[in-house]
Design a protein around this ligand. Structure first.
Ligand SMILES: C[S@@+](CC[C@H](N)C(=O)[O-])C[C@H]1O[C@@H](n2cnc3c(N)ncnc32)[C@H](O)[C@@H]1O
Length: 261
């Protein structure tokens, strides 16, 4: 129980830091460089064809087979970039990495590499750790790799392919997972399945973050089911993202919602 209180205290510090917006000068250099790339992407009209293996829209009601087959979509880079986590949330993830100092980190959903860059930068500043990030689209993979290379983030590896095809191998090779950020697919059952798959490879103590938990009814259900898992010892519902703490200790569960808006 004492450990659980300490963990919740650290998450409260992360939230407080996110609202205060305070960053050290060293951290600010990374933020400035990543945000410069975001601004450039926001202006980029290059058209990208990509295979979308996700839920596509909140009310699309696709079958799992529809999503497995994917759909080819053409959009300008600046439109894809709208799916990148906004600066506030990206910085919140950055602060989680700075606070908890995970070693093995996983991201599902790279897109153009903005959130991956924030994670990679935080790991660089920590002085240890790596991120493996998974993306289904070849064209987005190529763009994200080039953005991460520009930032010299050699601690981030981008793996291309459908999560269902790439995740099992990544999990067997990357070692116990200390941190996972699930930001892709956004359908109920696949989200719960990814949670189960990653949780089986989780370190004794780990942090899992789920994006867009209020994006659709399915994602609300997925979040509820995940928080009911006995391995989840604390869950923080920030409406946009949800943070879960997993550990093996047999402790009571703590779940709280932070009414951000
Ligand atoms: C919301 S975007 C990720 C944004 C990124 N995390 C950021 O904030 O910079 C979700 C990404 O997941 C990818 N994706 C969705 N479903 C997928 C699946 N089943 N397999 C592989 N990639 C998938 C999409 O191609 C898309 O680029």
């Amino acid at each position: 129980m004492r450990q659980q209180n300490a963990v919740c205290g650290k998450i409260a510090d992360v939230l407080e830091g996110a609202f205060a917006g305070a960053v050290t000068p060293e951290e600010q250099k990374w933020v400035t460089n990543i945000e410069a790339i975001r601004r450039r992407l926001d202006r980029c009209r290059e058209k990208l064809y990509l295979e979308d293996f996700g839920a596509r829209t909140a009310d699309a009601a696709l079958t799992e087979e529809d999503m497995r087959q994917g759909a080819t979509i053409e959009k300008e880079v600046r439109v894809h970039n709208r799916a990148s986590k906004e600066k506030f949330w990206a910085l919140l993830l950055f602060r989680l990495i700075r606070e908890f100092q995970p070693n093995t980190c996983l991201e599902l959903g790279t897109c153009l590499g903005i959130s991956a860059a924030y994670h990679g930068a935080a790991l660089k500043l920590n002085g240890a750790g790596k991120l493996v990030t998974l993306e289904g689209s070849e064209s987005l993979t190529a763009h994200s790799k080039s953005n991460l290379a520009e930032l010299e983030l050699d601690n981030v590896e981008v793996v291309c392919g459908r999560f269902v095809d790439t995740l099992p191998d990544v999990l067997t090779t990357c070692g116990p997972v200390d941190y996972a950020f699930v930001d892709g697919h956004h359908a109920e059952q696949p989200t719960v399945d990814y949670f189960q798959m990653i949780a089986e490879h989780a370190a004794e103590f780990s942090i899992f973050v789920f994006d867009d938990i209020s994006w659709s009814d399915g994602m609300r259900k997925a979040w509820r089911r995940i928080t009911e898992d006995p391995r989840v010892k604390a869950a923080v519902d920030l409406r946009t993202i949800g943070i879960c703490v997993l550990h093996n200790e047999t402790a009571d569960k703590t779940c709280f919602r932070v009414p951000l808006y």
